[in-house]
Design a protein around this ligand. Structure first.
Ligand code: GUN
Length: 283
């Protein structure tokens, strides 16, 4: 078997086009504010891409760039102003933050109704309690890709590799809500290859270049690679050894061009959802 390559770029483009159509039909432009502290170069690229995609889809988007030595209290004051601004529907504070700022304090300061990252404990709690709320963008994008790949989710054995707050844990909740049988494997798991081999759906989100070898992948599995790791040669690699997995999987996402583009598209989707919910419009 040679896997179908899941074209995340194309799926994301379709999603963004659909969102642009819905935004154009609104009597207002949903507002997104992306806050960046310091000059981490990778964050700079991500933030520019988010802003560009939001503007192209008709959102009222702006980036607020603060110096690296910004005090936590000043960032919290900015967030309070954005929380109170009726034109702002979504607030995203780009991570990582400089060491003098506590990320948890910042995440908890964002109004949960404007938390388009879905990182606030209220939104994490809503997801775990199966209540409507804002869902973290990357796991949400993975669910879109699984549906595009034709995955039959109810009853499927899914393995999530990684237990981060941003990907692994919300991924568990979304797969469980879709009636998968879910295992979360991580750095302390015994026999990682064996756990992965049992997966009909394998989501790798550990941030270790090509950790998942070809013989960790079951014949016919659907493999979603969330990893984006830059090698010493400057090349981007996923958490899965793509060339080794290709002959075994039924479908697999490439890196780049798989999950990455979906994250931004889902940020826009969350911003539109937040705008509709906050303004009490029918969805
Ligand atoms: N840094 C890397 N990924 C993310 C993300 O999804 N959201 C935010 N806010 N920062 C990030």
């Amino acid at each position: 078997m040679t896997a179908t390559i899941i074209d995340g770029k194309a799926v994301a483009e379709r999603l963004r086009a659909g969102l642009a159509g819905r935004v154009a039909a609104l009597p207002f432009r949903p507002g997104l504010r992306v806050v960046r502290v310091g000059d981490d170069p990778a964050s700079g690229v991500y933030v520019r891409n988010k802003d560009r995609a939001a503007l192209a889809a008709g959102f009222d988007s702006a980036t607020i760039a603060l110096p690296a030595d910004t005090r936590e209290s000043d960032l919290l004051a900015l967030i309070a102003r954005l929380n109170a601004d009726p034109a702002v529907d979504g607030i995203l504070v780009q991570l990582p933050l400089p060491p003098q700022i506590r990320a948890d304090a910042v995440i908890e300061a964002v109004d949960p109704e404007k938390d388009v990252d879905g990182f606030h404990p209220v939104n994490a709690g809503r997801l775990a309690s199966r209540q409507p709320g804002l869902v973290p963008c990357t796991p949400k994008g993975v669910m879109h890709l699984l549906r595009e790949a034709g995955a039959r989710l109810p009853g499927a054995r899914a393995v999530v590799l990684g237990r981060s707050q941003i990907v692994g844990r919300p991924m568990l909740q979304l797969l469980l809500a879709a009636d998968c049988t879910v295992t979360v494997a991580h750095s302390r798991t015994r026999d990682l290859p064996g756990e992965c081999r049992r997966a009909e759906i394998l989501v790798a989100a550990v941030g270790q270049s090509e950790l998942v070898r070809g013989d960790w992948v079951a014949e016919g599995a659907i493999v979603i690679d969330v990893g984006i790791n830059r090698g010493p040669d400057g090349k981007l690699r996923g958490d899965v050894a793509f060339a080794e997995a290709l002959p075994r999987a039924a479908a697999i996402t490439p890196v780049p061009g798989g999950v990455g583009p979906m994250t931004i598209a889902c940020l826009l989707e969350n911003t539109l959802e937040a705008a509709i919910a906050r303004r009490r419009l029918p969805s």
